[in-house]
Design a protein around this ligand. Structure first.
Ligand SMILES: [Zn+2]
Length: 301
């Protein structure tokens, strides 16, 4: 089978396999050497049948009392084996990052947090990448694919709730990505290059899906935490005022009453101390932030 035929097939079957489409396309096209994911036995069998040229190496892992089959998928048997070993057995983020083909600058950035055991402080990590960027390129927006950033049982439950509350979304919400890793900044050149290549693949093989991904990732986000954020169809003007028309899906697990206030408004002003929601000039809600990272607007373009 040619690469082009493989890519076409991936678009047709990915929703049944549990693999995230941008990731499998990247592996099949040779942009990334390997991907990791959780699979059921049935899904693994299906992928093996559909893509006999791919190697899948799996190891059972217990995360918060839940047994998960963690798998590494690659065109190279040796790579898949090394990844699953380094990811599940050795738990070596530096080695795993390199084997997965992530940019060196982003691996070093991630290691900083990992070595200090603060890799689960997501608002801090995202705020750090945000502050590191002069511009925020939407190709590096990976805020909505957090399957590998979950800490415990509570997070797994939140993930279940998030996915089930967005079950009517046109595709798996984790498809909302061009890159899978946490970028060192949202203008990291290596990440942008990788994102561009994956966006091109999607444009060619799944144009309808690519349109929704690009549209969604390029919108401003009011971000609180992994499961608490709002994507807004709007734009930011010079003095950091976010003007918006509406909230766009997917919908996170953000507090319902706050979400309703945002839905009623059309303007958000967020600074280091507070967040204010307005309908024109009428103040609907004012929130005093606990710290700098407790709610901030990321202006992706
Ligand atoms: Zn980087």
């Amino acid at each position: 089978m040619t690469t082009s035929e493989q890519l076409k097939k991936a678009v047709l079957v990915s929703f049944k396999t549990g693999i995230i489409l941008p990731e499998i396309l990247a592996v099949l096209a040779g942009i990334r050497p390997c991907l990791t994911c959780g699979l059921t036995k049935k899904q693994k069998e299906l992928i093996t049948r559909v893509f006999p040229e791919l190697t899948i190496e799996c190891k059972k892992e217990t995360i918060a009392n839940r047994q998960i089959m963690v798998c590494a998928i690659s065109k190279e048997k040796q790579t898949a084996k090394q990844v699953i070993n380094s990811f599940v057995v050795e738990k070596d983020p530096e080695k795993t990052g390199r084997l997965l083909g992530y940019p060196e600058c982003c691996i070093r950035n991630h290691l900083y947090f990992f070595e200090r055991n603060i890799q689960y402080q997501h608002p801090r990590i995202i705020h750090h990448s945000y502050k590191n960027s002069k511009k925020r390129n939407f190709l590096t927006n990976n805020l909505f694919n957090f399957s590998t950033r979950l800490k415990d049982k509570k997070d797994l439950k939140r993930q279940d709730k998030y996915l089930s509350s967005n079950k009517d979304y046109p595709f798996h919400p984790y498809y909302l990505q061009f890159i899978s890793h946490i970028p060192c900044s949202y203008d990291c050149q290596e990440s942008i290059k990788m994102g561009e290549r994956i966006q091109l693949l999607l444009k060619e093989y799944a144009p309808d899906i690519e349109k929704v991904i690009s549209f969604t990732l390029s919108k401003p986000v009011l971000f609180f935490d992994l499961f608490k954020w709002v994507i807004l169809d709007g734009h930011i003007e010079r003095n950091n005022i976010l003007f918006y028309k509406k909230v766009i899906p997917p919908i996170s697990l953000i507090n319902f009453s706050l979400l309703n206030k945002i839905r009623r408004g059309n303007k958000i002003i967020a600074d280091d101390n507070k967040i204010e929601i307005f309908k024109d000039n009428l103040l609907l809600y004012s929130y005093q932030k606990k710290d700098l990272t407790d709610g901030f607007v990321l202006d992706f373009k």
